[in-house]
Design a protein around this ligand. Structure first.
Ligand code: 3PG
Length: 205
């Protein structure tokens, strides 16, 4: 679990990947790898999400594959069985949280208000997705929340792009940013945008 979190911290950017057709999965994931970012949060928003996670685990063993938009225990069980190494939710699913705890999988629930954060802490969860980040006040809100909850770290997602990712990542309580900006277009375009993101990260370190 800690190992997975460490890898996410190293990647710094977690591509949020929505796969509409299973035929597209290999091209999209291959483009991320060629671009230098072998990590993906595959969203449980489409019918083929589970199959895409299974395919990714099999064909891209070098990738760190997680499941996103997981809203309950059933999806969480399916995602873990398919090979997901971490689970992300837009909010907090207690079912998913307990399942991940049992299976020692990393769970990153969404939380944007003090009450939601208190709930997450009470379940032992201190690495949280802050979603949708820009709509909920972005870095300004994260800074205010961090003052009250020093034990918590955030992964802002939603409205993050190459224009604002540096600002987010410069704040020490942010361990990574999620985003789908590099996933627009065909495989070539995904690869180019990913390469640009990776170069950008290299420049800032
Ligand atoms: C998510 O579910 O995490 C978001 O759809 C990603 O947000 P973005 O598309 O604004 O990057």
């Amino acid at each position: 679990m800690d190992n997975v979190l460490q890898k996410i911290e190293q990647f710094k950017i977690v591509p949020v990947v929505t796969i509409q057709r299973i035929e597209d999965a290999e091209g999209m994931l291959g483009a991320l790898c060629r671009g230098g970012l072998p990590v993906a949060e595959i969203c449980f928003r489409t019918d083929c999400a589970e199959e895409a996670i299974r395919l990714a685990a099999k064909k891209f063993p070098q990738m760190l594959i997680g499941a996103g938009t997981v809203i309950g225990g059933e999806q969480c069980t399916r995602a873990l069985a398919a090979g997901a190494k971490f689970i992300v939710s837009p909010g907090l699913s207690e079912e998913a949280g307990f399942l991940c705890m049992q299976r020692r999988a990393l769970y990153l629930p969404g939380a944007v208000t003090p009450s939601e954060i208190i709930k997450a802490i009470s379940l032992g969860l201190t690495c949280l997705k802050f979603f949708p980040a820009e709509s909920f006040g972005g870095l300004k809100t994260i800074k205010s929340l961090s003052a009250a909850f020093p034990q918590v770290r955030f992964m802002p997602t939603g409205g993050v792009s190459l224009e604002n990712v540096n600002e987010y990542l410069s704040f020490p309580k942010i361990f990574a940013c999620g985003g789908s900006w590099m996933m627009k277009g065909n495989a070539k375009e995904i690869e180019e945008k990913t390469t640009r993101a990776v170069h950008f990260l290299e420049k800032r370190t």
